[in-house]
Design a binder for this molecule. Structure first.
Ligand code: FMN
Length: 325
Protein backbone atom coordinates (compact mmCIF):
# COMPACT_ATOMS: atom_id res chain seq x y z
CA UNK A 1 0.00 0.00 0.00
CA UNK A 2 1.29 3.46 -0.85
CA UNK A 3 0.34 6.52 1.22
CA UNK A 4 2.02 9.84 2.04
CA UNK A 5 3.28 8.18 5.24
CA UNK A 6 4.84 5.12 3.53
CA UNK A 7 6.50 7.49 1.05
CA UNK A 8 7.74 9.89 3.71
CA UNK A 9 9.26 7.20 5.94
CA UNK A 10 10.35 4.73 3.25
CA UNK A 11 8.27 1.87 4.66
CA UNK A 12 6.20 -0.82 2.95
CA UNK A 13 3.04 -0.72 5.09
CA UNK A 14 1.42 2.34 6.75
CA UNK A 15 1.66 0.85 10.24
CA UNK A 16 3.67 2.43 13.06
CA UNK A 17 4.53 1.08 16.50
CA UNK A 18 4.35 4.02 18.92
CA UNK A 19 6.99 4.60 21.58
CA UNK A 20 6.19 2.67 24.76
CA UNK A 21 8.00 2.95 28.08
CA UNK A 22 9.83 -0.31 28.91
CA UNK A 23 8.35 -1.98 25.80
CA UNK A 24 9.95 -0.12 22.90
CA UNK A 25 13.36 -1.78 23.00
CA UNK A 26 15.46 -2.62 19.94
CA UNK A 27 13.99 -6.15 19.63
CA UNK A 28 10.44 -4.89 19.09
CA UNK A 29 11.39 -1.87 16.95
CA UNK A 30 13.47 -4.08 14.64
CA UNK A 31 10.75 -6.75 14.41
CA UNK A 32 8.14 -4.16 13.37
CA UNK A 33 10.48 -2.56 10.85
CA UNK A 34 11.55 -5.93 9.44
CA UNK A 35 7.85 -6.72 8.94
CA UNK A 36 7.52 -3.60 6.76
CA UNK A 37 6.10 -1.20 9.38
CA UNK A 38 7.91 1.47 11.36
CA UNK A 39 9.27 0.32 14.72
CA UNK A 40 10.13 2.78 17.48
CA UNK A 41 12.68 2.71 20.30
CA UNK A 42 11.49 4.61 23.38
CA UNK A 43 14.27 7.12 24.07
CA UNK A 44 13.66 7.84 27.74
CA UNK A 45 13.41 4.17 28.74
CA UNK A 46 17.17 4.31 28.23
CA UNK A 47 18.63 5.79 31.41
CA UNK A 48 21.35 7.81 29.67
CA UNK A 49 22.11 9.10 26.20
CA UNK A 50 24.92 6.53 26.07
CA UNK A 51 22.45 3.71 26.76
CA UNK A 52 20.25 5.06 23.96
CA UNK A 53 23.24 5.04 21.59
CA UNK A 54 23.78 1.35 22.45
CA UNK A 55 20.10 0.52 21.91
CA UNK A 56 20.16 2.26 18.52
CA UNK A 57 23.33 0.35 17.57
CA UNK A 58 21.59 -2.90 18.58
CA UNK A 59 18.57 -2.03 16.42
CA UNK A 60 20.87 -1.19 13.49
CA UNK A 61 22.34 -4.71 13.87
CA UNK A 62 18.86 -6.27 13.85
CA UNK A 63 17.40 -4.42 10.84
CA UNK A 64 18.51 -2.49 7.79
CA UNK A 65 15.03 -0.94 7.49
CA UNK A 66 14.11 2.52 8.82
CA UNK A 67 13.10 2.78 12.48
CA UNK A 68 12.23 5.70 14.76
CA UNK A 69 13.12 6.91 18.25
CA UNK A 70 10.44 8.35 20.54
CA UNK A 71 11.27 11.45 22.56
CA UNK A 72 8.64 12.21 25.19
CA UNK A 73 8.70 15.66 26.78
CA UNK A 74 7.24 15.34 30.24
CA UNK A 75 6.95 17.89 33.01
CA UNK A 76 9.65 16.83 35.48
CA UNK A 77 11.82 18.34 38.18
CA UNK A 78 15.03 17.07 36.67
CA UNK A 79 14.62 17.25 32.90
CA UNK A 80 16.41 14.54 30.93
CA UNK A 81 19.45 15.70 28.95
CA UNK A 82 17.53 16.04 25.67
CA UNK A 83 20.44 17.52 23.67
CA UNK A 84 22.55 14.47 24.56
CA UNK A 85 19.72 12.09 23.59
CA UNK A 86 19.37 13.92 20.27
CA UNK A 87 23.13 13.59 19.69
CA UNK A 88 22.79 9.80 20.12
CA UNK A 89 19.87 9.76 17.67
CA UNK A 90 21.74 11.79 15.04
CA UNK A 91 25.01 9.86 15.43
CA UNK A 92 23.13 6.56 15.32
CA UNK A 93 21.86 7.46 11.86
CA UNK A 94 18.18 7.42 12.90
CA UNK A 95 16.08 9.29 10.33
CA UNK A 96 12.69 9.48 12.09
CA UNK A 97 11.77 10.82 15.53
CA UNK A 98 8.36 10.50 17.17
CA UNK A 99 7.85 13.33 19.65
CA UNK A 100 5.14 13.45 22.31
CA UNK A 101 4.17 15.42 25.41
CA UNK A 102 4.64 19.13 24.85
CA UNK A 103 5.34 20.44 21.35
CA UNK A 104 8.87 19.90 20.11
CA UNK A 105 9.60 23.47 18.83
CA UNK A 106 12.92 23.68 20.70
CA UNK A 107 14.39 20.55 19.18
CA UNK A 108 13.03 20.94 15.64
CA UNK A 109 16.09 22.78 14.23
CA UNK A 110 18.50 20.11 15.58
CA UNK A 111 16.42 17.29 14.14
CA UNK A 112 15.74 18.90 10.75
CA UNK A 113 19.39 20.00 10.35
CA UNK A 114 20.30 16.31 10.69
CA UNK A 115 17.78 15.34 7.98
CA UNK A 116 15.45 13.72 10.52
CA UNK A 117 11.69 13.63 9.86
CA UNK A 118 9.51 14.42 12.88
CA UNK A 119 6.12 12.88 13.59
CA UNK A 120 4.49 14.52 16.61
CA UNK A 121 1.91 12.60 18.60
CA UNK A 122 -0.91 14.73 19.98
CA UNK A 123 -4.47 14.43 21.21
CA UNK A 124 -6.27 17.45 19.73
CA UNK A 125 -6.70 19.29 16.46
CA UNK A 126 -5.25 22.49 17.96
CA UNK A 127 -2.08 20.68 19.03
CA UNK A 128 -1.86 19.03 15.60
CA UNK A 129 -2.13 22.45 13.95
CA UNK A 130 0.59 23.78 16.25
CA UNK A 131 2.82 20.85 15.27
CA UNK A 132 2.20 21.64 11.62
CA UNK A 133 2.98 25.34 12.22
CA UNK A 134 6.35 24.60 13.84
CA UNK A 135 7.39 22.40 10.93
CA UNK A 136 6.61 18.83 12.00
CA UNK A 137 6.51 16.55 8.96
CA UNK A 138 3.53 14.48 10.14
CA UNK A 139 1.35 13.93 13.18
CA UNK A 140 -0.05 10.95 15.03
CA UNK A 141 -3.56 11.79 16.20
CA UNK A 142 -4.23 10.01 19.49
CA UNK A 143 -7.94 9.57 20.30
CA UNK A 144 -9.60 9.25 23.71
CA UNK A 145 -9.56 5.45 23.49
CA UNK A 146 -5.75 5.30 23.40
CA UNK A 147 -3.49 3.64 25.92
CA UNK A 148 -1.28 6.14 27.76
CA UNK A 149 -2.06 9.85 27.87
CA UNK A 150 -5.24 10.80 25.96
CA UNK A 151 -5.13 14.47 27.06
CA UNK A 152 -8.07 16.21 28.67
CA UNK A 153 -10.49 16.78 25.76
CA UNK A 154 -11.92 13.23 25.56
CA UNK A 155 -12.59 13.24 21.81
CA UNK A 156 -12.72 9.72 20.33
CA UNK A 157 -11.16 8.96 16.96
CA UNK A 158 -14.50 8.74 15.13
CA UNK A 159 -14.68 12.54 15.51
CA UNK A 160 -11.03 13.46 15.97
CA UNK A 161 -9.73 11.91 12.75
CA UNK A 162 -12.16 13.57 10.31
CA UNK A 163 -11.65 16.84 12.23
CA UNK A 164 -7.90 16.47 11.74
CA UNK A 165 -8.44 15.68 8.06
CA UNK A 166 -10.50 18.86 7.65
CA UNK A 167 -7.79 21.06 9.17
CA UNK A 168 -4.37 19.59 8.44
CA UNK A 169 -2.20 19.79 5.37
CA UNK A 170 0.61 17.53 6.59
CA UNK A 171 -0.13 13.79 6.60
CA UNK A 172 -1.35 12.14 9.78
CA UNK A 173 -1.86 8.65 11.15
CA UNK A 174 -4.62 7.50 13.48
CA UNK A 175 -3.56 6.39 16.95
CA UNK A 176 -5.54 4.82 19.76
CA UNK A 177 -7.87 1.85 19.45
CA UNK A 178 -6.26 0.49 16.28
CA UNK A 179 -5.83 -3.27 16.06
CA UNK A 180 -6.58 -4.85 12.70
CA UNK A 181 -7.45 -4.47 9.02
CA UNK A 182 -10.79 -2.90 9.92
CA UNK A 183 -8.98 -0.22 11.92
CA UNK A 184 -6.66 0.53 9.03
CA UNK A 185 -9.43 0.84 6.43
CA UNK A 186 -11.53 3.00 8.78
CA UNK A 187 -8.53 5.25 9.49
CA UNK A 188 -7.84 5.67 5.79
CA UNK A 189 -11.54 6.41 5.17
CA UNK A 190 -11.43 9.16 7.78
CA UNK A 191 -8.47 10.84 6.13
CA UNK A 192 -5.47 9.28 7.88
CA UNK A 193 -2.54 7.95 5.84
CA UNK A 194 -1.86 5.03 8.16
CA UNK A 195 -2.16 3.96 11.77
CA UNK A 196 -0.10 3.92 14.94
CA UNK A 197 -0.56 1.10 17.46
CA UNK A 198 0.68 0.72 21.01
CA UNK A 199 -1.20 -1.90 23.04
CA UNK A 200 -1.61 -4.28 20.04
CA UNK A 201 2.18 -4.47 19.61
CA UNK A 202 2.74 -5.40 23.28
CA UNK A 203 0.88 -8.67 22.67
CA UNK A 204 3.36 -9.92 20.06
CA UNK A 205 6.02 -12.61 20.26
CA UNK A 206 8.88 -10.15 19.88
CA UNK A 207 7.76 -7.57 22.46
CA UNK A 208 10.49 -7.98 25.12
CA UNK A 209 8.10 -7.88 28.09
CA UNK A 210 7.05 -10.53 30.62
CA UNK A 211 4.55 -13.11 29.39
CA UNK A 212 2.14 -12.00 32.19
CA UNK A 213 1.75 -8.61 30.46
CA UNK A 214 0.84 -10.20 27.12
CA UNK A 215 -1.55 -12.64 28.83
CA UNK A 216 -3.23 -9.77 30.74
CA UNK A 217 -3.90 -7.92 27.48
CA UNK A 218 -5.35 -11.02 25.81
CA UNK A 219 -7.52 -11.75 28.87
CA UNK A 220 -8.83 -8.16 29.20
CA UNK A 221 -12.01 -6.81 27.64
CA UNK A 222 -12.71 -3.28 26.44
CA UNK A 223 -14.21 -2.60 29.89
CA UNK A 224 -10.94 -3.18 31.73
CA UNK A 225 -9.15 0.15 31.40
CA UNK A 226 -9.46 3.14 33.74
CA UNK A 227 -8.49 6.80 33.59
CA UNK A 228 -6.15 7.85 36.40
CA UNK A 229 -4.52 11.17 37.37
CA UNK A 230 -7.37 13.22 35.90
CA UNK A 231 -7.39 15.53 38.97
CA UNK A 232 -3.73 16.32 38.19
CA UNK A 233 -4.56 17.06 34.52
CA UNK A 234 -2.14 14.31 33.57
CA UNK A 235 -4.78 11.74 32.61
CA UNK A 236 -3.52 8.27 31.78
CA UNK A 237 -5.50 5.29 30.48
CA UNK A 238 -4.29 2.17 32.28
CA UNK A 239 -5.22 -1.47 32.80
CA UNK A 240 -7.31 -1.94 35.92
CA UNK A 241 -5.60 -3.85 38.76
CA UNK A 242 -5.32 -3.68 42.57
CA UNK A 243 -2.94 -0.72 42.51
CA UNK A 244 -5.22 1.22 40.15
CA UNK A 245 -8.25 0.54 42.37
CA UNK A 246 -6.25 1.89 45.32
CA UNK A 247 -5.17 4.93 43.29
CA UNK A 248 -8.76 5.69 42.28
CA UNK A 249 -9.86 5.32 45.89
CA UNK A 250 -7.29 7.96 46.92
CA UNK A 251 -8.37 10.25 44.07
CA UNK A 252 -11.97 10.04 45.24
CA UNK A 253 -11.07 10.52 48.89
CA UNK A 254 -8.75 13.52 48.39
CA UNK A 255 -10.68 15.20 45.56
CA UNK A 256 -9.04 18.43 44.43
CA UNK A 257 -6.55 18.20 47.31
CA UNK A 258 -4.81 15.29 45.55
CA UNK A 259 -1.10 15.79 44.96
CA UNK A 260 1.31 13.68 42.97
CA UNK A 261 3.03 12.57 46.20
CA UNK A 262 -0.24 10.93 47.32
CA UNK A 263 -0.15 8.42 44.49
CA UNK A 264 3.57 8.15 43.93
CA UNK A 265 3.63 4.52 45.12
CA UNK A 266 1.17 3.49 42.38
CA UNK A 267 2.75 5.40 39.49
CA UNK A 268 6.44 6.16 39.98
CA UNK A 269 9.09 3.70 38.88
CA UNK A 270 6.63 0.81 38.47
CA UNK A 271 7.28 -0.03 34.80
CA UNK A 272 10.35 -2.28 35.26
CA UNK A 273 8.48 -4.37 37.85
CA UNK A 274 5.48 -4.78 35.56
CA UNK A 275 7.06 -5.08 32.12
CA UNK A 276 10.25 -6.97 33.02
CA UNK A 277 9.28 -8.93 36.16
CA UNK A 278 5.58 -9.49 35.36
CA UNK A 279 4.32 -8.21 38.74
CA UNK A 280 0.90 -7.25 37.37
CA UNK A 281 -0.34 -5.45 40.50
CA UNK A 282 2.81 -3.35 41.05
CA UNK A 283 1.23 -0.16 39.79
CA UNK A 284 -0.57 1.64 36.96
CA UNK A 285 0.52 0.73 33.44
CA UNK A 286 -0.76 2.22 30.20
CA UNK A 287 -3.15 0.10 28.18
CA UNK A 288 -5.73 1.01 25.54
CA UNK A 289 -9.41 0.03 25.32
CA UNK A 290 -8.28 -1.87 22.24
CA UNK A 291 -7.30 -4.75 24.57
CA UNK A 292 -10.92 -5.84 23.96
CA UNK A 293 -9.96 -6.58 20.34
CA UNK A 294 -6.74 -8.46 21.12
CA UNK A 295 -7.08 -12.24 21.36
CA UNK A 296 -3.70 -13.64 20.36
CA UNK A 297 0.05 -13.16 20.50
CA UNK A 298 1.32 -13.34 16.91
CA UNK A 299 4.76 -12.38 15.59
CA UNK A 300 4.98 -8.81 14.29
CA UNK A 301 5.28 -10.20 10.78
CA UNK A 302 2.12 -12.31 11.19
CA UNK A 303 0.26 -9.35 12.68
CA UNK A 304 1.22 -6.84 9.99
CA UNK A 305 0.68 -9.31 7.12
CA UNK A 306 -2.73 -10.19 8.54
CA UNK A 307 -3.72 -6.53 8.85
CA UNK A 308 -2.70 -5.83 5.25
CA UNK A 309 -4.53 -8.91 3.92
CA UNK A 310 -7.66 -8.02 5.90
CA UNK A 311 -7.54 -4.41 4.68
CA UNK A 312 -7.16 -5.59 1.09
CA UNK A 313 -10.14 -7.93 1.43
CA UNK A 314 -12.33 -5.26 3.01
CA UNK A 315 -11.51 -2.72 0.32
CA UNK A 316 -11.58 -4.97 -2.74
CA UNK A 317 -14.39 -7.33 -1.72
CA UNK A 318 -16.65 -5.98 0.97
CA UNK A 319 -16.62 -2.29 0.01
CA UNK A 320 -16.16 -2.72 -3.74
CA UNK A 321 -18.94 -5.34 -3.63
CA UNK A 322 -21.29 -2.84 -2.03
CA UNK A 323 -20.51 -0.28 -4.69
CA UNK A 324 -21.05 -2.81 -7.48
CA UNK A 325 -24.50 -3.78 -6.19
C1 FMN B 1 2.56 0.48 27.96
C2 FMN B 1 2.53 1.74 27.15
C3 FMN B 1 3.55 2.69 27.34
C4 FMN B 1 3.55 3.87 26.59
N1 FMN B 1 4.60 4.76 26.74
C5 FMN B 1 4.66 5.86 25.94
C6 FMN B 1 5.77 6.74 26.02
O1 FMN B 1 6.70 6.55 26.81
N2 FMN B 1 5.79 7.82 25.19
C7 FMN B 1 4.77 8.06 24.30
O2 FMN B 1 4.86 9.03 23.56
N3 FMN B 1 3.69 7.25 24.22
C8 FMN B 1 3.61 6.15 25.00
N4 FMN B 1 2.54 5.30 24.89
C9 FMN B 1 1.46 5.59 23.90
C10 FMN B 1 1.67 4.81 22.59
O3 FMN B 1 2.82 5.22 21.90
C11 FMN B 1 0.46 4.98 21.65
O4 FMN B 1 0.27 6.35 21.35
C12 FMN B 1 -0.82 4.43 22.24
O5 FMN B 1 -0.57 3.20 22.87
C13 FMN B 1 -1.88 4.26 21.16
O6 FMN B 1 -3.04 3.71 21.69
P1 FMN B 1 -3.39 2.11 21.67
O7 FMN B 1 -2.67 1.56 22.86
O8 FMN B 1 -4.85 2.09 21.77
O9 FMN B 1 -2.84 1.55 20.39
C14 FMN B 1 2.50 4.12 25.65
C15 FMN B 1 1.46 3.18 25.51
C16 FMN B 1 1.46 2.01 26.24
C17 FMN B 1 0.34 1.03 26.03
Amino acid sequence: MKTRITEMFGIEHPIIQGGMHFVGFAELAAAVSNAGGLGTITGLTQRTAGDLANEIAKCNDLTDKPFAVNLTFLPSLTAPDYPAYIKSIVEGGVKIVETAGRNPAEVMPHLHDAGIKVIHKCTSVRHALKAQAIGCDAVSVDGFECGGHPGEDDIPNMILLPRAADELEIPFVSSGGQADGRSLVASLAMGAEGMNMGTRFIATQEAPVHQNVKDAIVAASELDTRLVMRPLRNTERVMVNDAVEELLRKEKELGDKLKFEDIIEQVAGVYPRIMLEGDMDAGAWSCGMVCGLINDIPTCDELISRIMTEADTIIRQRLAGMMAA
